[in-house]
Ligand binder design. Structure first.
Ligand code: 3Y8
Ligand code: NAP
Length: 249
């Protein structure tokens, strides 16, 4: 009997959860608990870490999970690595629902970097106006460049001081639109955008807006992940589970 665990926290995971609920599949949705009020789901939902790969393996055994679907964000590398280890330890089938990275077009002005430290190094020394759209967990590396005016976007309002002196915080959870991101960057005379290569549609508006406004983008590449079977569409994850959403099974 199928009993699936969805490692969630993205728009793709939300779509997969809706498909599972509609197909009457016995599934549990899991959040890390990073945000104060995560989006509710039709599926039973758990919030919080498992306690490393061993904790996840224990959860799989105690909850009699038969399939794990890792629909976390491409930068949630620790969760994905733990899922590979825990599924190997418990011989549990695992699929990753992972959208393709964004690719540069001829009209894009991207500086592609490997990580946040390289993104900081790629920023100019002369004071600039930077839209830093990488959340609130990764601001510390930018502290050595306090001379810039930073526009920050968070899911929840910051609960304390920020490691940067000159900031404006926008609290918004996404998904975002081209019109709103273009207006956000134009109204603040943004001259640089820093982004992670999240892929998908939920956060690509800022990339398209930067192209239109001819703003250079410092694009942070995804962390390397262990090999595991992967699909890009929620329907294909459901098909993998043995229920074909397209046929209304
Ligand atoms: C808690 C679940 C939906 C899904 C919304 C997607 C799109 C917006 C891209 C920008 C970039 C960022 C951030 C982002 C994206 C979607 C999707 C996606 C980037 C929620 C969510 C959780 C989180 C956690 C949060 C991180 C932060 C990252 C903000 C829910 C809304 C910047 C990643 O304040 C914090 O501590 C936030 C932490 C991890 C990255 C970071 O390190 O700060 N996501 N985001 C998940 C959990 O608890 O398990 O609250 O409902 C989900 C979404 N985040 O349609 O509703 O599908 O990818 N989220 C990045 O790309 O750099 C926003 O602003 O342009
Ligand atoms: P991470 O660094 O890969 O994970 C750190 C720890 O958080 C994991 O080891 C695990 O704790 C716990 N965790 C992560 N995702 C979880 C989940 N879905 N369910 C239960 N526990 C989870 O993860 P992160 O980058 O902080 O991302 C946390 C969540 O936000 C993920 O669900 C991810 O999909 C979502 N998100 C992240 C980003 C991003 O930029 N990273 C963007 C959008 C959404 P234990 O080791 O204790 O099990």
């Amino acid at each position: 009997m199928t009993r699936a665990l969805i490692l969630g926290g993205t728009g793709d995971a939300n779509r997969l959860a809706a498909l599972c609920a509609r197909a009457g599949i016995d599934a549990i949705y899991s959040y890390a608990g990073r945000t104060k009020i995560p989006l509710p789901h039709a599926l039973p939902t758990r919030i919080g870490g498992f306690g490393g790969p061993e904790g996840l393996a224990d959860f799989i055994r105690s909850e009699r999970i038969t399939h794990v679907m890792d629909a976390t964000h491409p930068f949630a590398a620790e969760m994905s690595r733990n899922a590979v280890a825990a599924c190997a330890a418990t011989s549990t089938p695992l699929i990753a629902l992972e959208r393709a990275p964004w690719t540069r077009t001829a009209d894009d002005n991207w500086i592609e970097v490997a990580d946040e430290a390289a993104a900081v190094a790629a920023l100019p020394d002369a004071p600039a106006r930077v839209f830093l759209a990488i959340g609130r967990q990764h601001l510390a590396p930018f502290a050595p460049k306090p001379q810039h005016a930073y526009t920050l976007r968070f899911v929840d309002a910051p609960d304390g001081s920020l490691p940067l002196p000159n900031t404006e915080v926008i609290v918004s959870r996404g998904p975002f639109t081209l019109q709103s991101d273009r207006e956000l960057m134009r109204s603040r005379s943004i001259t640089w955008l820093v982004s992670r290569n999240a892929g998908g549609d939920g956060a690509r508006a800022k990339i398209d807006a930067a192209r239109e406004l001819r703003i250079p983008v410092i694009m942070i590449a995804r962390p390397a992940l262990p090999e595991r079977p992967r699909v890009e569409q929620a329907e294909d994850a459901l098909a993998w589970l043995g229920h074909d959403a397209r046929l209304g099974a």
